[in-house]
Design a protein around this ligand. Sequence first.
Ligand code: UDP
Length: 461
Amino acid sequence: AAEKAPVTASGGARRVLLFPLPFQGHLNPMLQLADVLHARGLRVTVFHAAFNAPDRVAGYHFVPVGAGVPTADLVPTGSNADFAGALLRINERLQGPFEDSLREVLQEEDHEGARPACLVLDSNLRSMQVVADRLGVPTLVLRTGGAACLVAYMAFPALCDKGLLPPQDHSQLNLPLDDLPPLRLQDMVFSTTTPHETMTTCLERIVESAKCSSGVILNTFNDLEGVELRKIIDGVGVPVYAIGPLYKISSGVKSSLLSSDQTCLDWLDKQEAKSVLFVSFGSLASMDQEELVETAWGLANSRMPFLWVIRPDAVHGSGNVGLPDGFEEETQGTGMVVSWAPQQDVLGHQAIGGFWTHNGWNSTLESICEGVPMICRPHFADQMINARYVEEVWKVGFELEGKLERGNIERGIRKLLCEEGGEMRRRADDLKDKATRCIKKGGSSQTMVDLLVNCIMSLPS
Ligand code: UDP
């Protein structure tokens, strides 16, 4: 509920500027943060890349940045995508246009008579933070990943200094990292297509953005990642606000880059409780044609009901011919395929018994907060770290290891839905309760929102 609107000396509400990274998993948490701040009486301006623009929200001011900038190499694709390289290019290409846009916004006659309180930016946009610093705008940083991931990023340079990264040979990959349990060296190899130097620069900038900010906001909650949050507090030297799950603490505003197929919810209504496997690999991860075929037959052979999201760009490489012959007939009535789902509603549906996920942070958090156990198949970036925590720390799922092959998949599905899923679901339900409590009045995340709003209001006008 909105508290008394924070006002400036001249009586008008203060304004926050926000700049999300233009990817699905980053747009939603930032817009949800905007919603939380707006509900507390702040005015909102959203800067956004001209490509992958978010849906407009009534009452906010939207400022596109970088119209006309070439974007073909700014969206990472493929199973082992060079996400870090794309991030560096986005920073490079949008910095100049952002500076122009920010200057313009600052020069606009602000009818409240006060400068914007601050810029909240995605922690991957360090170059925009440099611009804000130059123009005297304080910054806060939103980390859309988990706390464990930021802790790992902070530890990256030390692992390089020790000569562990990049790994010298294959035999090292299983090495447990004593300071980062339960992570292994291989969980720190975010993509084999990204040069080590690019990775180093990219992670350095993320950590720098946190340290150079007036505060770090994380989409997680204390009962889930208390240990990791304390490490961050010790490491960054600025206030840390864990205010997740943002999709629950906000009104749940979403901005889907693809339109979602709502008919799957009607289909789920007809399924038995906790019987259906939801299969979705987020907005960027993809597979090759052979993996698609193996996945299809793994699902069909498991004889368990499933709802599978296959995005239009979900299959990469040549020879993409789609689902195998006979699959549709074989799974008629037991399975449904859609190109984009209302994922949070799906995971919250009583028919869902498990989630086969790539472990993007949003998907991982949504699964935990809906009490759904997981089969983990991480692809790149922080997904390996998240999968590791799901299996080893929260024990609400397990990793599907080895080649993506139909027998392997079938066994994994049966293990989750028929064998070990019960225990995992009980633990997931416990985390769901904790997530529900932390966003209530007096809960850890709600209290952190109060502190965050106080922090924003106390920034000089
Ligand atoms: N999502 C969705 N429908 C789908 C697949 C994904 O709404 O069919 C949403 C999902 O709920 C999550 C986001 O897209 O909020 C994906 O973010 P995540 O961090 O899990 O993965 P990424 O796309 O960044 O790899």
